[in-house]
Design a protein around this ligand. Sequence first.
Ligand SMILES: Cc1cc2nc3c(=O)[nH]c(=O)nc-3n(C[C@H](O)[C@H](O)[C@H](O)COP(=O)(O)O)c2cc1C
Length: 184
Amino acid sequence: MDSFATLIKNRRSTRKFTDRLLSPEQVEMILKAALMAPASKRKNPWQFIVVEDKEMLKKLAGCKAAGSSFLEGCALAVVVIANVMESDVWVEDASIASIYMQLQAEDLGLGSCWCQIRNRQTEDDTDANTYVRDLLDIPYQLEVLSIIGFGYKDQERKPFDEAHLQWEKIHLGTFKMPEENKEA
Ligand SMILES: Cc1cc2nc3c(=O)[nH]c(=O)nc-3n(C[C@H](O)[C@H](O)[C@H](O)COP(=O)(O)O)c2cc1C
């Protein structure tokens, strides 16, 4: 198994997948990662809807004007929802669970991509959250944060090039403007 540092370097968003289905064990591993994600005060405001049905994946792919079409070709989509009444930091909790699943998928050699739903609209300007909620019968107190699509990779993505990391975003000790930061 690769080191965690290698996994982080190699993980890139995958939007093209082969037709191969995931095994029940792989799906379970991905869901277990979500359920083990850190959550503020261990309130676990999130819930996860597992979608493998091709017709439903196609419908989900229409949830936004742009950036959601890849969902049609994935083997599995996990819709990440959270009860906004259960935690004031549900966005953070649901985001962490989302990325945990993506990292677990990478560790399994699978590809994944985040589809943003919160604060996004469909082509006809409907709230994407409402669109997904109606499709999947999600109760009103639960908001949709993201849909993470998974599958076997059908595209090569280059790992991060460490020569191009934005070190200027790192400030040592106190905030420094980019020029000052260079001198550090
Ligand atoms: C909060 C968030 C929202 C994103 N929304 C989308 C999306 O709606 N559609 C999409 O194709 N990719 C989406 N992505 C993936 C980003 O486009 C991707 O992470 C970014 O371009 C960097 O590429 P990389 O993941 O390959 O390093 C999202 C990622 C994050 C973290």
